[in-house]
Design a protein around this ligand. Structure first.
Ligand code: SF4
Ligand code: SF4
Ligand code: SF4
Length: 326
């Protein structure tokens, strides 16, 4: 190979490598849109009386044992999500804790379960598609047979929802699948979720995401003190209604936009930071991480292209050297 050709090869490679500099900064892809027939739940904290019927029903539907504490084996006392608990009711308390739904000297309930994100971080992070967003309903389901136990989904969830069964030899991930997992399929069979079915006040309401969002916005726009007929069960065909004075709702539907939106939405008279919700931007985690991945692949691809180009030039020159050049 001639010195001239070597320099040419080097310059060619440098030119190819130089193009790496024009690759744009990591850009997030757009958030996913809600599924066409997205279903979800609306949890109205002001209607919740903390009875935990939803916690019990959830365990029944999902075949999970009650969680006992302090030797009290007559009452499920799960205090947080775990491998045995997919749905839990938590409480906010301030001062003397006398007044319901008051931030000062008051208390309020908050439901914790999978929010069924519109653009789920857990689905994006799972390397083997053990977690999937269902095309039609938007429900985020889990396939234990596909799961390899890497627990990446646990770090990718903004709500700290997926829980690993650390007590089991071959533990798996557990999270609410909106009562529609294989073998349960309540939604596919035209039923509502177990927690919405048993809720005695309509604090957990089942329905399509669109209808629930409209209901949530209607409620938060009502005048405090006026009477409203609250539907119970399935919003498309309520079991019954109950009349109640409207509380002083915060003008915020949690899950309309947070981290790309969720199919399970919450409303409350106490601000969501007090109820332990995390501060979230409108961008979904998945849109950012997949954007970064895409850009990184572009960066990684360029040196590969440069190397291929360099190899080609070197080979061509070597071939022509063999052809008799000195
Ligand atoms: S709340 Fe967490 S576990 Fe549920 S869909 Fe969203 S990212 Fe996944
Ligand atoms: S939808 Fe089903 S699995 Fe999810 S919290 Fe409600 S009862 Fe539990
Ligand atoms: S069943 Fe309804 S009222 Fe009772 S704790 Fe659950 S959400 Fe609240």
């Amino acid at each position: 190979m001639k010195r001239r050709d070597f320099l040419k090869s080097g310059l060619g490679a440098a030119a190819l490598c130089g193009t790496a500099g024009v690759v744009s900064e990591a850009e997030a892809r757009p958030n996913l849109e809600p599924a066409e027939e997205a279903v979800g739940m609306l949890y109205d904290s002001t209607l919740c009386v903390g009875c935990k019927a939803c916690v019990y029903k959830c365990k029944e539907v999902n075949g999970m044992e009650p969680t006992y504490r302090d030797g009290a084996d007559y009452y499920d006392s799960a205090s947080d999500l775990s491998g045995d608990t997919l749905n839990v009711i938590k409480i906010y308390k301030d001062g003397n804790g006398k007044y319901k739904d008051a931030e000062k000297n008051g208390f309020a309930f908050e439901k914790r379960s999978c929010m069924h994100c519109v653009d789920p971080g857990c689905v994006s992070a799972c390397p083997v598609t053990a977690l999937e967003r269902q095309n039609r309903t938007g429900i985020v389901t889990y396939n234990p047979d596909a799961c390899i136990g890497c627990r990446t989904c646990m770090t990718a969830c903004p709500y700290n929802v997926p829980q690993f069964e650390y007590d089991e030899t071959f533990g798996q991930i557990n999270k609410c699948q909106m009562c529609n997992q294989k073998g349960v399929e309540r939604i596919d069979n035209g039923q509502m979720t177990g927690c919405a079915e048993v809720c005695p006040t309509g604090a957990t309401l089942f329905g399509t995401r669109d209808a629930l969002l409209a209901e949530a916005k209607k409620r938060t726009a009502l005048k405090p003190g006026e009477t409203y007929n609250y539907p119970m069960g399935d919003l498309s065909k309520p079991d019954s209604y109950h009349e109640k004075a409207v509380p002083d709702y915060k003008d915020h539907v949690w899950g309309e936009k947070e981290a790309g939106g969720t199919n399970v939405m919450h409303i409350s008279a106490v601000s969501f930071d007090k109820l332990g919700m995390p501060p979230l931007e409108e961008r979904s985690y998945a849109s950012v991480s997949e954007g970064v991945q895409h850009t990184l692949y572009s960066y990684l691809a360029l040196p590969a292209v440069a190397l291929a180009g360099l190899s080609f030039v070197v080979k061509r020159n070597a071939d022509s050297d063999e052809g008799g050049e000195q």
